[in-house]
Design a protein around this ligand. Structure first.
Ligand code: PEP
Ligand code: MN
Length: 355
């Protein structure tokens, strides 16, 4: 890997920014210069080939934009990143010294395309970021990582850009944070970057999403920026100026995952012990609850009564929701929790009835 990007790759938080699309040479250079001036951007992104949902939108400037990125790098010293979806695009990007490649969400969904990109990467030492697939499917995301890793790529990173969901309102792509967290859990060695721009699809909630990602210990952010956001040729609604980006990064509270303070660790340990203790008690009680359910099962069996009695279940739920509310538990949680308890209870009764 080139020295220029080697240092950056290790930096936390890693900040990537730049336009959704490279449009003109002037736009690319001016963006680079203004991003450089903020002193906060580690890698500059720019889409050269744009996968668009509908034809007729701007589909990217193509290979002729690559020398502009080369020039931007020459002027600012900031390494550059480009999205690739075909072998030819990989070749062209590498030919023009692109430092980081990324695989877009519309490509990650397609194993044929991912394999084509991976084959083109064989024997090349370049960092590759892999965006989550458009649909909420961790296996596809993992599959893309495996294909790229098998091609011999050592520096792989993940980008969480949200998932498309029908009838979604607040976000352009629903974050479904639990999926990103699970992906991180399964691949602790890979860096995970958040893409607030494509999650939000609009400027006003970018900071909230970025802050949440940092609170969840993501390794960095990729945020689209443009010298004249309203007139951007693609994704105009979600882009911000380099100066606004700098302000936004300044207003994020950068929490640490860990601290060396012994007092902090001692106190945290005490609280964690309490949690463990309470969890043990909850488990004991749940075990007892299931024993009672089994007794009921036996009783119903002896009297030839069905397991499920809807009225009784509604009564339990109503009672629990009312009690839970007083204890500060949300109705949503209570419902989910009791559904799970109920299912387990039915399974226990079922075993008894059919024994
Ligand atoms: C992009 O980064 O401009 C892009 C096309 O994103 P995604 O693949 O996440 O839709
Ligand atoms: Mn975009």
């Amino acid at each position: 890997m080139k020295e220029l990007v080697q240092e950056k790759w290790k930096k936390r938080p890693l900040i990537i920014s730049g336009p959704c699309s490279a449009e003109t040479e002037e736009q690319v250079i001016e963006t680079a210069v203004r991003l450089h001036k903020t002193g906060k951007v580690d890698v500059m992104r720019a889409g050269i080939w744009k996968p668009r949902t509908r034809p007729g939108s701007f589909e990217g400037i193509g290979t002729k934009g690559l020398p502009w990125l080369q020039q931007a790098k020459k002027v600012t010293g900031i390494p550059v990143a480009v999205e690739v979806a075909t072998a030819k695009q990989v070749e062209d990007a590498l030919h023009f010294d692109v430092d980081v490649l990324w695989i877009g969400a519309r490509t990650t969904v397609n194993p044929f395309s991912v394999q084509e990109v991976a084959d083109a990467l064989r024997g090349v030492d370049v960092p590759v970021l892999i965006k989550n697939p458009i649909n909420p499917d961790l296996e596809l995301w993992l599959g893309a990582v495996e294909r790229v890793a098998k091609a011999g790529i050592k520096q792989i990173g993940l980008i969480h850009r949200g998932f498309s969901s029908y009838g979604n309102t607040e976000y352009r792509n629903a974050p479904m944070w639990h999926l990103a967290i699970e992906m991180k859990r399964r691949n602790p060695e890979l860096m995970m970057i958040n893409d607030p721009s494509h999650i939000c699809g609009r400027r006003d909630i970018l900071l909230d999403v970025a802050q949440k990602a940092i609170d969840l210990d993501f390794d960095g952010l990729i945020i689209e920026s443009h010298i004249d956001p309203d007139n951007a040729w693609s994704d105009a609604k979600q882009q911000i100026t380099p100066e606004r980006l700098a302000e936004m990064l300044d207003s994020i509270v950068w929490r640490k995952e860990d601290t060396v303070s012994e007092e902090f660790h001692a106190n945290l340990e005490k609280l964690r012990q309490q949690i463990n203790h309470l969890d043990d008690e909850l488990m004991q009680i749940l075990g007892q609850r299931m024993k009672v359910a089994e007794k009921i099962g036996q009783y119903k069996k002896d009297n030839n009564i069905t397991i499920l009695q809807t009225n009784r279940w509604n009564a339990i739920l109503e009672r629990a929701a009312a009690k839970g509310e007083k204890l500060g538990l949300s109705k949503e949680f209570i419902t989910k929790y009791f559904d799970a308890v109920h299912m387990e209870s039915i399974n226990h009764q079922n075993k008894i009835m059919n024994a």
